[in-house]
Design a protein around this ligand. Sequence first.
Ligand code: ADP
Ligand code: ASP
Ligand code: MG
Length: 411
Amino acid sequence: MSLIVQKYGGTSVGSVDRIRAVAEKVRSVVLQGHQLVVVVSAMSGETNRLLGLAAEISADASAREMDVILSTGEQVTIALLAIALQNLGCDAVSYTGGQVAIQTDNAYSKARIQNIDSAKIKSDLADNKVVVVAGFQGVDDSGNITTLGRGGSDTTAVALAAALGADECQIYTDVDGVYTTDPRLVGDARKLDKITFEEMLEMASQGSKILQIRSVEFAGKYNVPLRVLSSFDEGEGTLISLEDDDQMERPLVSGIAFNKDEAKLTIRGIPDQPGVAYKVLGAVSNANIEIDVIVQNVAKDNSASITFTVNKAELSSAEALLREIAEDLGAMEVDADKNIAKVSIVGVGMRSHAGVAATMFQALSDEGINIQLITTSEIKITVVIDERYLELAVRALHGAFELGNTDETDV
Ligand code: ADP
Ligand code: ASP
Ligand code: MG
């Protein structure tokens, strides 16, 4: 008998029929003798609908109330699934995040899980119940409802699996695993049977929205075996696990991630002196604006320029702040560009191989795509390009690293 945590995303519970199908799937696992905790998202489109309702009343709703409204989406689904399970003769009980005591900090809309009191769930499991838990939500020290950021149900599932010492955490979604890149963009993207935590973390943090970043961090930290599978089809899905040296030789590049949600800011003509980068970037991050790619250059006249990217939603506040700093530093100009995209190639195999960057840059050059910024880590190379060329760039790189299904790859 294993203890399994399963998570079903929005499309997997997108209608009453889909919820019935999930209940059937859950029951079949129970009949095999396993203990099950099921985490569900809101029905697809529901979180956006709730965001829209609040936006009709105020463009500036308080973060606390936004979390109260957003958490209702998942609350509906847990009850519907528990009812569907009971209808099938399966003993089930549903809980909100607060009820199972998923304790978080008080950062509304991006709360982090701090502690989970698993006693109640364990006792229900011992009574042979299926425990259905609302994803994406928790409760802070004062009892306020919090949410974990978009895609946060993945994190609820992995955190529960870690707290319960589950044998596996299974993320059921609308694709049958993790692909070399988003199969919605590249038709011949290939499903991976296995990927390391480290690679998955880079893929997620570089924009691949298949798993929320925090969920992969949790899985890596607590070594929770994590699997991504389709709720619509059968199959083994993709296993995300620690790197295994005995594995056959790894490909140089395992996948390509991209992100259209960032914008680029540049401040030019600032002094090339100690403390200037801190003055510019420190002020932005003190304003709680997350900075991603950073590049600094020094011109012939010894003046420096700093370019960095932020989330598009925070561009206007970051730009306003940068203009204030520019005045302070006597900078020449500040530039903002929303029309950019970030493309990253990821692979543990590139650690020990030179030449990966050259292949990447050649593929982009062959398509006439200009690279605006470059940043690297041990297992990733990221470029910032004009948003218009995103699709072309991803396809070109997918081909250049021969990531497609072998029968379709150009030789
Ligand atoms: P859920 O609602 O189940 O959480 P998401 O929409 O959050 O589902 O994530 C699944 C989607 O992630 C897929 O439909 C796919 O378009 C997208 N995706 C992005 N990158 C990848 C990738 N590398 N492999 C598979 N799917 C990906
Ligand atoms: N319902 C939330 C969202 O749409 C959380 C999730 O689906 O994981 O982002
Ligand atoms: Mg998701």
